[in-house]
Design a protein around this ligand. Structure first.
Ligand code: ATP
Ligand code: MG
Length: 361
C-alpha cells in the first residue's frame, strides 16, 4: 500500500497543502518546529483516526480555525481508495469514497501506517497504560474482531464503574454486566497473547540482525489470572477473582482488575528490559518490534503498511540505519523525517524523494 496523494487543511501548522507522494523513501528535512512531525501525524491519523501525541482532537485544529480536513488517496495493488476525515468541535466525520462511515472500526486500517518516533523509546519503562495502548493500537489495525471486542469491553467497563459509583450498588445488575464483560476479556487476553507471541518470534530475528547481539528477547503477560488454552477455565478463574475483589471494587468505586490493568513486561536474557538493557539494546529491541509489526501486517492483510520514521534516523548509527533500510522490501513506502539529510547507501535499492518543510509549507 502506498499513499499517493494527501491534502491537509487547517491541521496543526498547515493551512492547505496538497502533496503527491511517490513509492520508496520520502525523506523530509527541515529545521525544528517547522511541521515534519505534524505531517507524519496527519498520515497516522488517516490510519488510526487518532493522534499519537494528544488525546484531544481540538489540539490538532490549526489555531483560530474551527475544523481540520485530511484527504488521502491510497494505492493498493491496482485499486485506488479515497479517504477523508473532517474534524470540528462538533465531532469527527469519516468517509471512504465520499460515503460516510459510521463505525470507526470500518475505517481504521484502510490506510495502514506504522509509526516509530523517539517517544516510543520510553515504551519499556513507561506506565503500563502506554504498553497497553501500543498493543491495542497495533492489534486493532490488524483485527476488527479485536477492535470491536475492545470497544465493547470499554463500554461495559464504563457501565460497571458507573454502577459502582451509585449510593446503593445493585450487585445483581453488575453480575449481568460481568457475564458478557468476562467473555470479552478472555477474548482480548487471548488475542493479545497471540499477537505478542508472533511479534516476539518475528522481532527476535530482526534484533539479531540489527544489533548483532545474541541476547534473548522475551515477554511476560501480567494479568489478574494466568492465561491458559482452555478459555472457559480462564473465564472461571477471572470470575472467582472478580468475586474476591468485590468488596474492594465497591470501596474504590471502580473495577480494580481486568484487561484495562494488564501489562506486558519485556525481558532480555530473562531480565527486565527497563532496568537491565542498555540504551542501545532498548533502541534495537524497539526497532526490531516495529519491524516485526510491519511484517506481521503483511502476513495478516497481505500488504505492507506505510512506515513512518519520525526523527529516529538521528538516533541510529550508520550501521543500524543501513540495516533497517536493507531489511525492508522495496514495496514498503517509508517516510523519514530528520533535521539532517543522512546519506542512504545505493545498495538499499530504494527510490528517494526529498522534501523540505518550512513553516507548514
Ligand atoms: P522537530 O524537528 O523539533 O521535531 P518538527 O518539524 O517535527 O520539529 P512539528 O512538531 O511538526 O515540528 O511542528 C511543530 C510546530 O507546529 C510548532 O511550531 C507548533 O507551534 C505548531 N503547532 C502545533 N499545533 C498547532 C496548532 N494547533 N495550530 C498551529 N500551529 C501548531
Ligand atoms: Mg518532530
Amino acid at each position: 500500500m502506498i499513499l499517493k496523494k494527501m491534502r491537509i487543511r487547517q491541521f496543526r501548522n498547515y493551512e492547505d497543502q496538497t502533496l503527491m507522494f511517490d513509492q520508496g523513501i520520502q525523506y523530509i528535512t527541515g529545521r525544528n518546529a517547522q511541521g515534519k512531525t505534524n505531517l507524519l501525524e496527519a498520515i497516522l491519523y488517516l490510519s488510526t483516526t487518532r493522534s499519537h501525541r494528544v488525546n484531544d482532537d481540538a489540539e490538532l485544529i490549526k489555531e483560530s480555525r474551527d475544523f481540520f480536513l485530511i484527504n488521502g488517496t491510497l494505492e493498493k495493488g491496482n485499486r485506488s481508495i479515497e479517504l477523508r476525515i473532517h474534524v470540528s468541535k462538533e465531532g469527527k466525520n469519516l468517509f471512504i469514497y465520499k460515503s460516510p462511515i459510521r463505525k470507526v472500526s470500518d475505517f481504521v486500517g484502510t490506510c495502514n501506517a506504522v509509526m516509530f518516533c523517539p517517544d516510543d523509546l520510553t515504551l519499556f519503562q513507561a506506565a503500563p497504560r502506554v504498553r497497553r495502548r501500543f498493543i491495542d493500537m497495533e492489534l486493532s489495525k490488524m483485527s476488527k474482531t479485536y477492535m470491536n471486542a475492545l470497544t465493547k469491553a470499554n463500554r461495559l467497563l464504563k457501565e460497571r464503574n458507573a454502577a459502582l459509583k451509585l449510593e446503593s450498588i445493585n450487585q445483581e445488575y453488575v453480575k449481568v454486566i460481568d457475564d458478557q464483560f468476562l467473555d470479552l476479556q478472555v477474548l482480548i487476553m487471548k488475542q493479545r497473547k497471540k499477537f505478542l507471541d508472533e511479534l516476539m518470534s518475528c522481532g527476535k530475528n530482526f534484533y539479531e540482525d540489527i544489533s548483532q547481539d545474541l541476547s534473548d528477547l522475551a515477554y511476560t503477560y501480567v494479568s489478574a489470572v494466568p492465561y491458559e488454552e482452555d478459555e472457559n477455565a480462564v473465564k472461571q478463574s477471572l470470575r472467582k477473582k472478580y468475586e474476591k475483589n468485590w468488596t474492594r471494587d465497591c470501596m474504590m468505586k471502580q473495577t480494580m482488575i481486568g484487561f484495562h490493568k494488564d501489562d506486558v513486561i519485556f525481558t532480555i536474557n530473562g531480565k527486565e528490559m527497563s532496568v537491565y538493557a542498555s540504551q542501545g539494546q532498548k533502541r534495537s529491541a524497539l526497532l526490531a518490534l516495529k519491524l516485526g509489526i510491519v511484517f506481521m501486517n503483511k502476513e495478516v492483510t497481505g500488504e505492507y503498511p506505510i512506515l513512518l520514521l519520525d526523527d529516529v534516523f538521528s538516533e541510529l548509527d550508520e550501521y543500524r540505519r543501513k540495516k533497517l533500510l536493507e531489511v525492508l522490501p522495496s514495496e514498503v513506502q517509508i517516510f523519514i523525517t530528520a533535521t539532517d539529510r543522512y546519506s542512504i547507501p545505493e545498495e538499499c535499492g530504494k527510490k528517494i524523494t526529498d522534501w523540505y518543510v518550512e513553516h507548514g509549507t
